[in-house]
Design a protein around this ligand. Structure first.
Ligand code: NAP
Length: 290
């Protein structure tokens, strides 16, 4: 019997995960279909019950259901609890285990780029869902100090509780004239961008919250935005001699970690990168044609 892996989200039609995960399953000869389930708010409970059915290997969970799954899985791992979101579900002996692989996605992307986070000072721009995974990743990796700058300071303040284990968390205004932000940018080994600025169809596709003059040569700049691959934030970093790192790695590696959990197999990450890039190009061509 062909097994099922589901993606629970709303909307899900344009997700990159189905082509990326199906390519990985096919490459390793796993007899499974990765299906997008469009689950409207209010319909999460029956969708989660379907995951208990025979032949279901697991699921991904995306916006807007990641937080609700925390309370609907039978058990959640410590990273999912810290981030406050479940993006992966694995059925084991009739129980649904909720996990979060976004943290692994951030860390593997940085490791690939040769960025050492231990004892480093880090600046994080943004304080939404993706930012939470980044804070937990920085703490797990032993960053010394994290400065968070966000348009709405209260949302940044809400993330300070995620510090600990020796990582100090500070708040700075998201204002390029702020001495607090400028000082943190000067000292930072790594700057992570997690707002929707610069994202296709986001609030402003041409904007970067950090101009080139604030970056320092040699520091690493990770943008969690992955559409487009080369964002205004990355271009500003590059212009200042910083090392630009795109967000596609996080997308692929979080998926790879989920794949490993469902199948117990080593995920074919090269295949996943190629499939994700092909899906993004196809989507872009479709939009241009419209
Ligand atoms: P979210 O929870 O909605 O958070 C949005 C963030 O953007 C908040 O910090 C918000 O600030 C800020 N923002 C929105 N409009 C703004 C504006 N006009 N000016 C300044 N700041 C603004 O979104 P999310 O889920 O964290 O996603 C954020 C980005 O990360 C998206 O581009 C998403 O595609 C990407 N992402 C990538 C991956 C990956 O695998 N690479 C995974 C998850 C997300 P306020 O708090 O002031 O509203």
């Amino acid at each position: 019997m062909t097994a099922t892996i589901a993606l629970l989200g709303h909307p899900v039609a344009h997700s990159i995960s189905p082509p990326m995960q199906q390519a990985a399953l096919d490459a390793l000869g796993v007899d499974a279909r990765y299906e997008a389930w469009d689950v409207a708010p209010g319909e999460v409970a029956p969708a989660v019950e379907r995951l208990r059915g025979e032949g279901v290997l697991g699921a991904n969970v995306t916006v807007p259901h990641k937080v609700e799954l925390l309370g609907r899985a039978d058990q959640v791992d410590s990273l999912a609890e810290q981030v406050g979101a479940v993006n992966t579900v694995v059925p084991r002996e009739g129980r649904l285990h909720g996990a979060n692989t976004d943290v692994a996605g951030v860390l593997r992307t940085l490791a690939d780029a040769g960025v050492e986070v231990a004892d480093a000072e880090v600046v994080l721009i943004g304080a939404g869902g993706a930012a939470r995974a980044a804070v937990v990743a920085m703490r797990a990796e032993g960053a010394a100090r994290l400065t968070i700058a966000n348009r709405t300071p209260e949302n940044a303040a809400a993330l300070t509780d995620l510090g600990g284990d020796g990582m100090e968390v500070r708040i700075a205004p998201l204002d390029s004239g702020s001495p607090l932000l400028r000082g943190a940018m000067e000292r930072a080994r790594l700057v992570i961008h997690s707002t929707t600025l610069g994202m296709r169809h986001g609030p402003d596709e041409s904007a970067t919250p950090i101009p080139a003059e604030l970056f320092a040569a040699g520091q690493a700049a990770l943008d969690l935005v992955y559409i487009p691959e080369h964002t205004p934030f990355l271009r500003a970093a590059e212009a200042a001699g910083a090392q630009p790192i795109g967000g596609l790695g996080m997308l692929v590696y979080q998926g790879a970690e989920s794949f490993r959990m469902w199948t117990g197999l080593q995920p074919p990450t090269e295949t996943m990168f190629a499939a994700a890039r092909a899906a993004l190009s196809a989507r872009s061509a479709e939009e241009t044609a419209q």
